[in-house]
Design a protein around this ligand. Structure first.
Ligand code: C2E
Ligand code: MG
Ligand code: MG
Ligand code: MG
Length: 275
C-alpha cells in the first residue's frame, strides 16, 4: 500500500515535470515568435511624486507579448523562460529601443518625464548591451539623465566584472541605476554598497498592510530611512489605496507607483504634460 502510494506520487511528479517542461517550451516558442514578428509591446505605468501633489514624474516600461492566439501575455508567463534561454537579452534590447524612441518623442513635445526600464542580470552580462545604449543615446541626442535602470537584488549579489562595467557605462551617460523589488530576495544590506545606487523600489508585499499594521508601518519606515541615509530616492510599488499612499507620504517616501495612480497603459493614454 505504502509502496503503491509512493509510485503514484512519482508518477504524478513526473507528469507535473512534463507539463512544466512543455509549458516552458511553449513559452520559449512564443518569445522567439514575438521577437521575429514584431509581437512585443511596451505598456507604461505612471510613477508619481508623493512630495509634489502626486505629479507624474516618470513611467516604467513593462513588456507584453501580443500573441496571435492567446492575446496579451504578461511577463509573469514568459520572463523566467526568457532568462533561462538567454532570450531576455533580445527582449531587453527591444524594450530599450522602444524606451529611447518614446523618450525622444516625449522630449520633443516638451515633457520632462523620466523613463524606467527593467534590465535582467543576463542582459548586463552582455557587454554589447550597455555599449549600444550609450551609443544610441549619444548619437540620437536622447537624454541619458532621464533614464532609470531597474536591476534586481540577484544582479547585485552575482555582480561580475562585466555587469559592473555595464552598470558603470549606464552611469557614465547619466542614467540612474536602482534596485527593484527590494525586500523580496535576500534583503541583505551588505550588497547595497557594491554599486552606487540612485534609487530603491520597495516591493509591494511591504506596501500591502501599510496603515493597518504597526509592524508593516515600522518596516517600511525603516526601509525609507535606510534608503535616504544612502542618498537614494525611494519609490513604493503596488500602491492600491489612499491609506497606503497617505501613510507613505507621511513617512517621507518620495515616489509611488500602483493601481491607485494608474495601471500599465499605452503611451497615448499616459497623462503626460507638455510645457
Ligand atoms: P516589476 O518591475 O516589479 O514591475 C511591477 C509589476 O507590478 C508589474 O507587473 C505591474 O503591472 C505590477 N503592478 C503595478 N502596480 C500594481 C498594483 O497596484 N497592484 C498589483 N497587484 N500589481 C501592480 P508586470 O507588468 O506583470 O511585470 C512583472 C515583472 O516582469 C516586472 O516586475 C519585471 O520584473 C518583469 N519585466 C517586465 N518588463 C520587463 C522587461 O522589459 N525586461 C525584463 N528583464 N523584465 C521585465
Ligand atoms: Mg502583471
Ligand atoms: Mg521594475
Ligand atoms: Mg518591482
Amino acid at each position: 500500500r505504502a509502496k503503491d502510494d509512493g509510485r503514484d506520487r512519482c508518477a504524478l511528479y513526473d507528469a507535473a515535470m512534463q507539463i512544466d517542461a512543455q509549458s516552458r517550451r511553449e513559452a520559449e516558442h512564443k518569445v522567439r515568435r514575438a521577437l521575429r514578428t514584431n509581437g512585443l509591446r511596451v505598456l507604461w505605468q505612471p510613477i508619481v511624486d508623493l512630495r509634489d501633489d502626486d505629479r507624474l514624474v516618470a513611467a516604467e516600461a513593462l513588456v507584453r507579448i501580443d500573441d496571435p492566439v492567446e492575446g496579451t501575455l504578461e511577463p509573469g508567463t514568459f520572463v523566467d523562460t526568457a532568462e533561462d534561454t538567454g532570450l531576455i537579452v533580445d527582449v531587453d534590447t527591444w524594450v530599450l529601443g522602444e524606451v529611447l524612441r518614446q523618450l525622444r518623442e516625449w522630449r520633443g513635445k516638451g515633457s520632462g518625464i523620466q523613463v524606467s526600464f527593467n534590465v535582467s542580470g543576463k542582459t548586463l552580462e552582455h557587454p554589447a548591451f550597455a555599449h549600444r545604449l550609450a551609443h544610441s543615446v549619444e548619437s540620437t541626442g536622447a537624454s541619458g539623465a532621464s533614464l532609470l535602470a531597474e536591476v534586481t537584488e540577484r544582479t547585485l549579489i552575482d555582480l561580475s566584472t562585466t555587469t559592473r562595467a555595464s552598470l558603470g557605462e549606464l552611469r557614465s551617460i547619466g542614467a540612474r541605476v536602482g534596485l527593484d523589488d527590494f525586500g523580496t530576495g535576500y534583503s541583505s544590506l551588505a550588497y547595497l554598497d557594491r554599486f552606487p545606487l540612485s534609487f530603491l523600489k520597495i516591493d509591494m508585499s511591504f506596501v500591502r498592510d501599510l496603515g493597518r499594521s504597526d509592524r508593516a508601518d515600522a518596516v517600511v519606515e525603516a526601509l525609507i530611512g535606510l534608503a535616504h541615509a544612502h542618498g537614494m530616492v525611494v519609490t513604493a510599488e503596488g500602491v492600491e489605496t489612499r491609506l497606503q499612499a497617505e501613510t507613505l507620504r507621511r513617512m517621507g517616501c518620495d515616489r509611488a507607483q500602483g493601481w491607485l495612480f494608474g495601471r500599465p497603459m499605452t503611451a497615448t493614454k499616459l497623462p503626460v504634460r507638455y510645457s
